[in-house]
Design a binder for this molecule. Structure first.
Ligand code: ASP
Length: 587
């Protein structure tokens, strides 16, 4: 169709130009014999003026009609600084109504007050909002930069099956019944993990895929049942090689999208160090405030609370916030205590304040002067500082203070004012996690991750202390990526299955094809997957994952627009050899 340019691209320098524009009617206003219409397309909107010679033609035009307009760009008498085209308007000479529109059920504007469920039901209208269009375009750009960057480093994009065999990422599978083999099922991949490792055995050396993944999990705020990963696998590598690829990719993406230069090399911390210093395996490093283990200062204490904790293998941890004493009344400190008791099962929160050179607070009377003095020196406590202390089991004390660290940094407004991206590699995670429910060890990452052991027996003697060669990339307190160096030895792979309670028989039944492949010269390999949605969320500054997905499901995993999942015809079930249980029918 005849069209000169995007509506939102016109500027004062275009004054005098004859243009043909197409777009949706954002708003229409009558002003005496003049009609003003804001015409919107993907590039933005522009004001069109219809004078008395032509206004009759648009008298029935309403919001979301589509118009084609022929006119002249002119400078505006009363510029509108709020919009990029605000210095000009277009004087219409002719107009054609391309299509009419029913009154939309939601207001099409970034400051819409429509409820999210209504917006999701009419997602195609919601998508007309400029902010959502901008996010989808950013997402597209990130994929373009990813493909270009990885291609330049020798990676090859390979597609892997969607109808596949179950992969062990720890979530529930989505199953698809087979028509040809009634009673058998495909699983939708939780990730391409097994396939990408098989591609390494297949000699591809450097693989990537912008891959759809499917996990039937109970949804949390930042999850969708279907999501996308930038999935990568490489042969003949160690951690340094993998990290270099990710660092380069992040540099390119952040430069292209935000114009932001990220560090050449990201900081690295082991999981243990992270927990000790920040009480979290995904610390936000945009601010300091580290946790201090002050147990040694109380080694001979007579203060019974600390004495008991230390005697029982616990520790005393402290967190200091400078210039914060005045912000926290007794009542507010009680609130903090409730917060950690409730969420982290910490027994108590102790606190100290320094005011006019005097240390006061909940434990000021309990500890000795010498202990106070040692504490002041160790933490460098100055006037108006607040010190929070938790004495508990190490993990409890660390995670409770870790949560307070985040909460106080936000409450006290201690985040940098300018745009800041702090990346962190977290390495050496525990290999196994204890599953209380099933009373057995589980792979903390997935069971293909290489353990850091000198000898295989360590897997069985003290599983809780085996570390793995898994790594996460954390950005401003959010996990952006996880991956690992993999096992490439058949014997080791079988032992790891065994250590998570899978008999050799079960392992072969589930992953026999994979284990078999290991005997034919498997290269050492490793890889990672970046959560694309979370990355886009950071780049676009939204904390709602549904904002970065064109057609998301709601919080209850329902697609409100197409009303799915839904029932199917009996005939379809018959072909698949399926019957719906009476119980399910009632639901
Ligand atoms: N497949 C893993 C995941 O989805 C990532 C990896 O280890 O490469 O978390």
């Amino acid at each position: 169709m005849e069209r000169t340019c995007g509506n939102g691209t016109l500027r004062l320098s275009d004054a005098g130009r004859e243009v043909t524009l197409i777009g949706w009617v954002q708003k229409r206003r009558n002003f005496g014999s003049l009609v003003f219409i804001d015409l919107r397309d993907r590039s933005g909107l522009v004001q069109i003026v219809f004078d008395e010679t032509i206004s009759e033609k648009v008298k029935d035009v309403r919001s979301e009609f589509i118009l084609q307009v022929w006119g002249t760009v002119v400078a505006r008498q009363d510029p509108n600084p709020k919009i990029p085209t605000g210095e000009i308007e277009v004087r219409a000479k002719d107009v054609k109504i391309i299509n009419t529109a029913a009154t939309p059920p939601i207001m099409i504007s970034d400051d819409t007050d429509a409820l999210e469920d209504t917006r999701l039901k009419y997602r195609y209208l919601d998508l007309r909002r400029p902010s959502l269009q901008k996010i989808l375009m950013t997402r597209h750009k990130v994929c373009m930069v990813t493909r270009k960057t990885l291609d330049s480093m020798g990676f090859v994009e390979v597609e892997t099956p969607i109808l596949a065999r179950s992969t062990p990422e720890g979530a529930r599978d989505y199953l698809v019944p087979s028509r040809l083999y009634n009673g058998k099922f495909w699983a939708l991949p939780q990730s391409p993990q097994i396939y990408k490792q098989l591609l390494m055995i297949g000699g591809m050396e450097k693989y990537f895929q912008i891959a759809r993944c499917f996990r039937d999990e109970d949804l949390r705020a930042d999850r969708q049942p279907t999501f996308t990963q930038i999935d990568v696998e490489m042969s003949f590598v160690d951690e340094n090689d993998v990290f270099a690829v990710v660092e380069k990719l992040m540099q390119e993406i952040f430069m292209e999208i935000r114009g932001y230069k990220v560090e050449d090399h990201f900081q690295r911390l082991t999981w243990k160090e992270c927990m000790k210093r920040f009480g979290s395996d995904k610390p936000d490093l945009r601010y300091g405030y580290e946790i201090n283990d002050i147990s040694d200062l109380f080694a001979n204490t007579e203060f019974m609370v600390f004495r008991n904790v230390l005697d029982n293998g616990g520790e005393v941890d402290a967190l200091k916030f400078d210039a914060a004493a005045g912000h926290y009344s007794r009542k507010k400190l009680d609130e903090l205590q409730e917060f950690i008791k409730h969420n982290f099962r910490a027994k108590a929160l102790a606190w100290l304040k320094m005011e006019k050179g005097v240390l006061s607070g909940s434990i000021a009377k309990g500890i000795s002067d010498a202990e106070k003095q040692a504490l002041v020196e160790r933490l460098g406590i100055a006037d108006d500082d607040l010190v929070l202390i938790v004495a508990d089991k190490p993990e409890t004390a660390e995670t409770a203070l870790g949560a307070l660290r985040i909460r106080l940094a936000h409450e006290l407004d201690r985040l940098p004012k300018e745009e800041t991206y702090k990346f962190l590699w977290v390495t050496d995670f525990p290999m196994f996690e204890w599953d209380e429910e099933e009373q057995r060890w589980q792979a903390a990452h997935h069971p293909f991750t290489a353990p850091r052991v000198n000898d295989i027996d360590e897997l069985f003697t003290d599983p809780g202390n085996v570390m793995s060669r898994a790594y996460d990339l954390v950005l401003n307190g959010y996990e952006q990526l996880s991956g690992s160096i993999r096992i490439f030895d058949q014997n080791m792979q079988e032992k790891v299955f065994e250590s998570i309670g899978m008999t050799m028989e079960q392992a072969h039944q589930k992953f026999g094809f994979f284990l078999d492949a290991f005997q034919y010269g498997t290269p050492p390999h490793g890889g990672f997957a970046i959560g694309l949605e979370r990355l886009i969320m950071v780049l676009c500054g939204t904390d709602n994952i549904r904002d970065v997905v064109a057609f998301p499901t709601n919080n209850s995993a329902v697609d409100l627009m197409s009303d799915s999942p839904n029932i199917v015809d009996q005939a379809q079930l018959d072909i698949l050899g399926l019957q719906i249980a009476e119980k399910a029918k009632k639901q």
